[in-house]
Write a protein that binds this ligand. Structure first.
Ligand code: PGA
Length: 246
């Protein structure tokens, strides 16, 4: 019913040469496998067109961030329209690194989400709790709050044509993964919060996903794929994760 989706978040890594090599290695890897998961690549802004030109027929293209403004004197910002113009169809919104390192509040994330939706980009809304919040038993409360910030924008169908990525902050880039049971509990809760639309919304898990933990995570009924950081920079590893989602 829900197509598995595996998204690569390259973060601020690589060069044009690195991107070309990685794409060539991915192409080889996919050609010799028979996996049919949907694949999304989110490179840094300057390499969007390169990825679109080289791999646009086989993978979807996404950006890692967008401005909440439409256009104008906003130095250093990149608009939804520009992303569409470069061939992107998805955009990460509210990644925990944006929230914690660049001070993106729930309110700002909600504005970015609304701009993405109104311009026709599919937002990949990233939500998740910190270690402190988990240890205080507040995981579900935090996640519900992050979803409510979006829902309270009054958008017509916020969860339709939207992807959610549940990424416990303590699992991102740390090598610590949520157990499949921990992840499933939150995924199910998220799906319930989305109401009817939740039946078809892809909910991805993110946080130290690797080839050797992907199969167990993807076996959970409410985990529809992954948002992959570090392991998406290694072709063989990323192809294995995509195939595990099949
Ligand atoms: P990671 O990153 O796979 O390196 O933990 C995931 C993410 O930040 O989206």
């Amino acid at each position: 019913m829900r197509t598995p989706l595996v998204a690569a978040n390259w973060k601020m890594h690589g060069t044009q040469a690195f991107a070309r090599q990685l794409l060539a290695d991915l192409e080889k890897g996919f050609a010799s496998s028979s996996c049919s998961a949907q694949v999304l690549i989110c490179p840094p802004f300057p390499y969007l067109s390169l990825v679109g030109d080289v791999a646009g027929e086989t993978v979807a293209l996404g950006a890692q961030n967008l401005s909440e403004q439409k256009n104008g004197a906003f130095t250093g910002e990149v608009s939804a329209e520009m992303l569409l113009d470069c061939g992107a169809s998805y955009v990460l919104v509210g990644h925990s690194e944006r929230r914690s390192l660049y001070g993106e509040s729930d309110e700002l994330v909600a504005k970015k989400f609304a701009v993405a939706k109104s311009s026709g980009l599919i937002p990949v809304l990233c939500i998740g709790e910190s270690l402190e919040e988990r240890e205080a038993g507040k995981t579900l409360e935090v996640v519900a709050g992050q979803l409510n910030a979006i829902a309270s924008q009054g958008l017509e169908s916020p969860w339709q044509d939207t992807v959610i990525a549940y990424e416990p902050v303590w699992a991102i880039g740390t090598g610590k993964t949520a157990t499949p049971e921990q992840a499933q509990e939150v995924h199910r809760f998220i799906r319930e919060q989305l109401g009817e639309a939740g039946v078809s919304t892809q909910i991805l898990y993110g946080g130290s996903v690797k080839a050797d933990n992907a199969v167990e995570l993807f076996a959970q009924p409410d985990i529809d794929g992954a948002l992959v950081g570090g392991a998406s920079l290694k072709a063989e590893e990323f192809v294995s994760i995509c195939c595990a989602a099949d």
